[in-house]
Design a protein around this ligand. Structure first.
Ligand code: SAM
Ligand code: SF4
Ligand code: SF4
Length: 356
């Protein structure tokens, strides 16, 4: 296959500082989520429920993973197209061998201004220091409850709250620019633990972010009635700890930010189900085996690893990435009600394959 880089291709705008590539809804390619491993040491009921694997999905063989060199090469190309933020995710990214080395190499890419990672925190106390020294700027740790029994029930009896809190403490100690805590709220499961989490983290460095339970993948048995709307979570918190909205830090920020009115910090809400933010979604996603996805819920992908391993040039790869982004029209969360009602939904990528 011969692919020629179209210079300047349709919608590719360039000034002396930065290239920008826009999709069909005029959303600029700005962020890249990298899934560096599809395996995980947890089995969260909303992501990879116990028993759902490997019957529906076989974990990738190591040979199928993009190598560190391939990840760095593709990230460099994405940076040339205007990506300045990288988020490393998984599966559980701290299980990926030589992760600190990868982070170091990614931090050296021209144009990458922000390097973040999302982890379940179970191995963080051992790795936080080396990740920080390697050049990681920000870290997000997932923690859905402080209750040890419930925590185990949610994650398939694989880890402990104690390990995760130790990881968070270490992340604070090594002084990441920002430490966030992701809480997926499932109605009737952990919604009565929201205030405990607020009480624990209020006034401390980590910023809590409550996330609506999403219909990611095909195996979490999602039902609309299991979603506690972010507006309800705001009310629950506000009744005990008054909060008020803050301006976004930047256009397209995923979380709506609120500050505690007593000055003890802030809290965020990610309302992908009840208040979709597709119109400002500037994120491309790369799976562990090098497939690019234009949306977290997309059944479609484009294989970049094939081109890499067939020895194609950077131009050919750039051209393919451009083609994917410039033809992007995804807005699943906006269309969710119609898509689900139609019962013709194609199988989606799983969250652990694509990294949240
Ligand atoms: N294993 C790491 C972790 O759990 O933080 C990184 C990968 S995980 C797929 C990334 C994020 O997606 C986590 O914060 C997790 O809680 C969130 N997540 C997974 N499934 C979800 C779902 N169905 N709805 C909302 N958030 C989800
Ligand atoms: Fe693993 Fe993260 Fe998925 Fe939980 S949410 S099963 S920790 S990948
Ligand atoms: Fe972006 Fe797709 Fe999520 Fe909409 S549904 S915000 S397009 S990832």
């Amino acid at each position: 296959m011969t692919l020629k880089l179209q210079i300047p291709p349709l919608n590719l705008q360039s000034n002396s500082k930065k290239t920008s590539v826009h999709d069909t809804l005029d959303r600029q390619l700005h962020d890249l989520r990298l899934s560096v491993i599809d395996r995980c040491n947890f089995r969260c009921n909303y992501c990879m429920p116990q028993g759902s694997n490997p019957s529906r999905y076989s974990f990738l063989h190591e040979k199928e993973w993009l190598t560190l060199k391939e990840i760095v090469r593709l990230s460099t190309l994405f940076a040339q197209l205007g990506v300045s933020k990288l988020r490393i995710s998984g599966g559980e990214p701290l299980l990926r061998p030589n992760l600190a080395e990868l982070i170091h190499q990614l931090s050296l890419i021209d144009g990458i201004e922000d390097l973040a990672l999302t982890t379940n925190g179970s191995l963080l106390s051992q790795q936080a220091d080396s990740l920080k020294k390697a050049g990681l700027n920000r870290i997000t740790v997932s923690l859905d409850t402080l209750d040890p029994q419930l925590f185990k029930r949610i994650n398939g009896h694989k880890g402990t709250v104690e390990q995760v809190l130790k990881g968070i403490e270490e992340a604070v100690r090594v002084n990441f620019d920002c430490v966030k805590i992701n809480v997926v709220v499932q109605k009737g499961i952990n919604d009565h633990h929201i205030l405990d989490l607020v009480e624990y983290f209020k006034g401390k460095k980590p910023i809590l972010r409550f996330i609506e339970f999403m219909d990611a993948g095909n195996c979490n048995n999602w039902k609309a009635q299991d979603v506690l709307p972010a507006s309800e979570i705001v009310k629950i918190i506000h009744a005990y700890y008054p909060i008020e909205p803050l301006k976004p830090n930047y256009w397209g920020e995923v979380a709506s930010r609120y500050k505690f009115m007593d000055g003890s910090g802030e809290v965020g809400f990610i309302s992908s189900v009840t208040q979709p933010f597709c119109r400002s979604c500037t994120r491309a996603r790369l799976s562990t085996d090098g497939k690019i996805y234009a949306c977290l819920f997309s059944p479609h992908c484009t294989d970049l690893r094939k081109l890499l391993r067939e020895g194609h040039s950077d131009e050919a790869l750039l051209n393919l990435i451009l083609k994917v982004w410039q033809s992007r029209d995804d807005r699943y969360s906006e269309l969710r009600p119609q898509i689900r009602a139609s019962h013709v939904q194609s199988a989606k990528i799983e969250m652990f394959q694509i990294g949240g």
